[in-house]
Design a protein around this ligand. Structure first.
Ligand code: HEC
Length: 300
């Protein structure tokens, strides 16, 4: 009983001991507009500041206030507080540590809501940096759950994979694929031409300049357009009629001789063509056949 009495007597005295901290007023004048106790308003909360700058980091704290850096990409640039006397900044630091003691950051809402990928209508075409392709690639996400990587730098189909993820964008690194591709083209050069006339014979890689010209959407499916010297090539990518199939419809103009498409590939898929002769992944076409033909890739 004796103990409890003395406790009650001491209590009011302890409370009266609390004098305002010297940093409080300068904080209110200079910082309070942007820094709230436990939630993000314009700048980080005081709880967050106290965590980054504990007692032994006062120098770093005042250094930041005088020449603020840039850390949070979703926040404005903090203006310099160099006009606030150094002693006041130190006081502000002490004040922040004291008022945040035992306080937790509110999970509150971020200044800008995090980007959430909306549900996309498929097929969907998206510029992306993709693995094993150039950074200038395009992802084609088809309505049958299959996707294709088409490289606009090399002007060619790179691979097909299982996945319907439409958010393939990342500044830092190539998009990660949900699964390894099931069809990967492996030839160095796609298009070869016969030496002359329209007879099938010996073929040589065409050395003329490859140039990507763009793509257009045909019923939402992309048709890539590029030139190889004077030859114009259009390649449309779409979901095929067969389950788990992708079609590549080629329209080639300005050809006067047989062509060979080296479609060598690896992975678990079967490739077929509606025209020409396909043998060991190499498709030979007469000039006439090359004008319009369709390849089908069926996942095994
Ligand atoms: C106009 C708004 C504004 C005012 C006024 C302001 N700040 Fe800031 N402060 C910010 C913003 C915004 C950030 C976050 C900047 C970033 O991370 O790029 C920030 C960040 C900080 C940080 C954190 C740095 C880190 O390493 O994370 C400290 C410390 C800080 N402010 C101290 C102060 C002090 C002390 C004052 C008053 C003297 C003050 N600020 C006044 C907007 C303000």
């Amino acid at each position: 009983m004796k103990h409890l009495w003395s406790f009650l007597l001491i209590l009011p005295l302890a409370a009266e001991d609390k004098v305002p901290l010297p940093g409080e007023q300068p904080f209110k004048t200079n910082c309070a507009a942007c820094h709230m106790l436990a939630s993000v308003v314009v700048g980080p909360s005081l709880v967050a500041l106290a965590k980054t700058y504990p007692k032994d980091k006062q120098e770093e704290f005042t250094a930041w206030a005088k020449t603020p850096g840039k850390k949070n990409t979703n926040m404005i640039q903090m203006p310099s507080m160099a006009h606030v006397p150094e002693a006041d900044l130190g006081g502000i630091h002490t004040y922040i540590l004291s008022v945040t003691d035992g306080i937790k950051e509110k999970p509150g809402k971020a200044l800008y809501p995090k980007f959430k990928e909306p549900k996309r209508q498929l097929p969907y075409v998206v510029r992306a940096s993709m693995p094993d392709s150039s950074p200038a690639s395009v992802g084609v996400v088809l309505e049958n759950g299959l996707s294709v990587c088409w490289d606009t730098e090399a002007c060619r189909f790179r691979y097909a994979y299982v996945g319907n993820k439409t958010n393939l964008f990342s500044i830092w690194r190539p998009a990660s694929l949900p699964k390894k591709p099931y069809f990967i083209e492996t030839a160095d050069v796609l298009i070869h031409s016969a030496t002359s006339d329209d007879k099938l014979g010996i073929f040589f890689p065409i050395t003329a300049k490859l140039q990507f010209r763009g793509y257009r959407l045909v019923d939402k499916n992309p048709e890539f357009y590029y030139t190889l010297g004077s030859i114009e090539i259009r390649e449309l990518i779409a979901a095929g009629k067969d389950p788990e199939s992708v079609i590549r419809r080629f329209t080639v103009t300005n050809v006067d001789r047989s062509l060979l498409f080296d479609l060598s590939h690896k992975g678990k898929a079967t490739l077929s063509s509606d025209k020409g002769i396909l043998k060991d992944g190499r498709l030979t076409l007469t000039a006439e056949e090359a004008k319009f033909f369709t390849l089908t890739i069926i996942k095994k």
